[in-house]
Design a protein around this ligand. Structure first.
Ligand code: SAH
Length: 335
């Protein structure tokens, strides 16, 4: 008991800083590691090519064993990105990367991480060091969501204005099916201490809350990533199983796709940036016609965001609405 109390004490200052206290980090902090040269950052900035070279991990990456792991077959979800917003502890970034790779996910986006690049992130990633190394680092969530057509925001708390919700298992299916249909998908995770801000959550089509015991609803960031990544892989495995089963029962090759595919649509879904341009245009038009008072905004724009995100507009729908707004602008200007 005493031992447990002491252990807890050493980590209570920084609850999510468990990377430092884990037996694993003791293992990776072995003397050989300690003497390793500092990783050199060659590509500081936002480029996806950001890479740490000359680090011990690099040798690991180039080993034949690694090449096998990185074979194209392992890119199970090339259209799915995990976005971590303003992560405080680099250990959590590494642990999240490991959780992702364990489940076949590889695309990590970091929005203004507090300490990055950082050795602890690499250590905690273990054999997923390249996921950390290849992480795309950006300054804003908007940048991280560029090109995304399905956005899911995770939250440990209920928010004031309810949003369409997904349970972890339905999220897994939704993400898998959306990506299989060719859509770019983002799942967004918040800060260890404060989660995601309301305006960040309002960029999302769905919110996701992992059910927990009532006494403590906040999971460690990497554990939340683990759970959601697991559900995405489960959805894929179930789908593969159904497809195999159908094939083994003699169905035509073309019939082997899974019946649950509900992400099919006749137009491409609009990207996050196209939707943001639409919202900016909508807001200025509402001001122009005197329907919206920026001095007294109330929840108007939040409710409109929720309305349009709930629909998950396609490109054509956004274009039609933009054209409609432009017509209103012209009319108003000519009066
Ligand atoms: N104290 C914060 C929790 C932050 S935990 C808050 O009250 O919001 C860090 C991140 O892990 C969260 O932003 C979320 O992305 C994820 N997370 C933690 N617990 C979760 C849960 N029960 N459901 C969904 N996501 C969760």
């Amino acid at each position: 008991m005493l031992k447990i109390e002491l252990k807890l004490k050493s980590s209570t200052n920084d609850p999510d800083n468990d990377a430092e206290n884990s037996p694993e980090s003791v293992l990776v902090n072995s003397p050989e590691r300690k003497n390793s040269p500092e990783p050199v950052l060659v590509n500081k900035g936002n480029s996806p090519e950001r890479a740490l070279v000359d680090s011990p991990e690099r040798a690991l990456v180039d080993s034949p064993e690694r090449a096998l792991v990185d074979s194209p077959e392992e890119q199970l979800f090339p259209l799915v990105r995990i976005v971590l917003v303003e992560t405080s502890h680099p250990g959590n970034i590494g642990a999240a990367a490991r959780a992702m790779k364990n489940m076949g996910l590889t695309r990590l986006y970091l929005v203004s991480p507090r300490l990055f690049p950082n050795d602890k992130a690499i250590w905690r990633a273990a054999s997923a060091a390249e996921v950390v190394r290849d992480a795309v680092v950006v300054d804003s969530l908007g940048e991280a969501l560029q090109g995304c057509q399905l956005i899911i925001g995770t939250s440990a708390r209920e928010r004031r204005i309810p949003w369409p919700m997904l349970a972890p298992n339905t999220c897994g299916v939704k993400v898998f099916e959306a990506a299989r249909a060719g859509n770019e998908v983002a799942i967004v995770f918040g800060r260890e201490a404060h989660g995601l801000k309301n305006e960040e959550l309002q960029l999302c089509h769905y919110h996701l809350n992992i059910p927990t015991g009532k006494a403590y609803s906040s999971l460690n960031l990497a554990m939340a990533v683990q759970l959601i990544s697991y559900e995405i892989l489960q959805a894929k495995l179930r789908s593969d199983e159904i497809a195999e089963d159908r094939q083994s029962r003699g169905a035509q090759a073309g019939d082997a796709s899974v019946e649950t595919d509900n992400d099919h649509w006749d137009m491409e879904y609009a990207t996050a940036e196209a939707v943001e341009h639409f919202f900016t245009h909508l807001e200025s038009t509402l001001v122009q016609v005197g329907f919206h008072d920026p001095e007294n905004p109330r929840q108007l724009l939040t409710r409109l965001r929720r309305l349009f995100n709930r629909v998950r507009m396609d490109k054509m729908e956004v274009n039609i609405l933009r054209g409609f707004l432009t017509a209103i602008n012209k009319l108003k200007n000519s009066n």
